[in-house]
Write a protein that binds this ligand. Structure first.
Ligand code: BTN
Length: 287
């Protein structure tokens, strides 16, 4: 197969040589599109870094104010949830970590990662025409394959969250060859779905603006609107049969919603309501 839908075709010359100037996601290219008031205005930009989350946690510890953004073209030790590697092909994705100072109870911190997933799905739907959906807690899927993920990390063990980093990885211009073979059936990118490259700067700007707007609303009004939005973007239908790795191991049941701290509610085989504060869906109906 050849042409724009050929999944082995790359949208631009990477990673064999330096990217063409228009292809970098620099602070200047982002600022041309930025509509947020604070988020993403102080940018720490790296052509290559271990992990943007690690750098943002260092900056947060050094009193960097809320809204500071660590942005990289490549991560050599990108981290995902549950100690997985986040594959970060150079100049292909969005690898960004935002510093937050929410002063909210630690039990509510998962809501901020939910919020990032909602902002990512919304920005993808608006700018690319794709139909992105969220798999609890905060994986973003297109056609059942993962296109983006969120890693939220709180500094310290206080009952109140004083500093938090929310890292977002979005597969934008990845060709199939940019993913390791083991991920090719489960991962996708905007380029693979649409058959055309996507400029990363407007996508990140839209994500930051959507995140900031929802953050202000959450702190002001509480989580009701966010949870409603999350449900409207959920890849899970009520009653869907799920197998989940929760805090106490594997559990099976049917999806009965999420609560106002982002916990997953299942009905088990006996019809009992079970709440999972965190975990990972192992099996769900294919969309
Ligand atoms: C997941 O789905 O497992 C979460 C993936 C989060 C990846 C992003 S990329 C930017 C930031 N830096 C990291 O090391 N991880 C997050």
């Amino acid at each position: 197969m050849s042409g724009p839908l050929d999944p082995s075709r790359r949208p631009g010359p990477r990673p064999e040589g330096p990217p063409p100037p228009g292809d970098a996601l620099t602070p200047a290219s982002l600022q041309r599109f930025l509509r947020s008031a604070v988020f993403g205005h102080r940018i720490f930009y790296y052509p290559s870094i271990g992990s943007t989350n690690d750098r943002a946690l260092e900056l947060a510890a050094a009193e960097e104010p809320e809204g500071g953004l660590v942005l990289a073209e490549e991560q050599t030790s990108g981290r995902g949830r549950r100690e997985r590697v986040w594959w970060s092909a150079p100049y292909a994705g969005i690898y960004a970590s935002l510093i937050l100072r929410p002063a909210m109870p630690a039990t509510r911190a998962p809501l901020l990662t939910f919020m990032a997933a909602v902002a990512v799905a919304d920005a993808l739907n608006e700018l690319t025409g794709l139909k992105a959906r969220i798999k609890w807690p905060n994986d973003v899927l297109v056609g059942g394959r993962k296109i983006a993920g969120v890693l939220g990390e709180v500094r310290g063990n206080d009952p109140e969250v004083r500093e938090m980093v929310v890292g977002v990885g979005v597969n934008v211009n990845h060709a199939a060859a940019d993913f390791p073979v083991a991920l090719r059936d489960t991962a996708t990118s905007v380029f693979l779905e649409r058959g055309a490259p996507q400029d990363r700067a407007p996508l990140l700007a839209s994500l930051l603006e959507g995140f900031e707007r929802r953050y202000a609303r959450l702190l002001r009004d509480g989580p009701v609107t966010l949870l409603r939005e999350w449900e409207s973007l959920s890849a899970l239908a009520p009653g869907a049969a799920l197998a989940v790795a929760g805090p106490d191991g594997r559990i099976e049941g049917t999806f009965a919603g999420i609560d106002d701290e982002g916990g997953l509610i299942l009905l088990d085989a006996a019809g009992q309501r079970v709440r999972l504060p965190f975990g990972e869906i192992l099996e769900m109906p294919r969309s």
